[in-house]
Ligand binder design. Structure first.
Ligand code: NI
Length: 131
């Protein structure tokens, strides 16, 4: 256990790669992760877990695709929160921003499955330690 607080502004300033989450805290069996966002992510699904987002800075959009292939996009600005339900196919995109995520430890950024190619700027990871 550490008695040191984590400051999110400082934590975000400590790295600049996008879509490459850093774990700022663990709580029970969950991670609190932060990431810079820019550009298109990849369509993916988390079969067994919901995924919580809080936009810290900028704008972050989440496209959702239902079983019939119908897409809707949720537009999120700083201060907005949103939960992607388990099993929902989704693809984040952003003109630039930063987010905080809350999800079970071990959850992959590209889901249990994804469609197409993972772009070079998207890190397929279960999160990195904050340094
Ligand atoms: Ni996701």
């Amino acid at each position: 256990m550490t008695a040191k607080p984590v400051n999110l502004t400082e934590a975000l300033a400590s790295f600049d790669d996008v879509y490459s989450p850093r774990i700022v805290a663990r709580m029970n069996d969950y991670d609190v992760r932060i990431a810079h966002t820019l550009g298109e992510h990849v369509w993916h699904v988390h079969e067994d877990t919901d995924e919580f987002f809080l936009v810290l800075d900028g704008r972050f959009d989440i496209a959702l695709r239902d079983a019939a292939g119908v897409e809707t996009t949720v537009v999120l600005n700083a201060g907005d929160t949103f939960v992607v339900p388990r099993g929902a196919e989704h693809k984040p995109s952003s003109p630039g921003g930063a987010i905080l995520m809350f999800e079970p430890s071990g959850t992959s950024t590209t889901g249990d499955r994804y469609s197409g190619e993972i772009p070079d700027h998207v890190d397929s990871t279960t999160g990195h330690e904050l340094r």
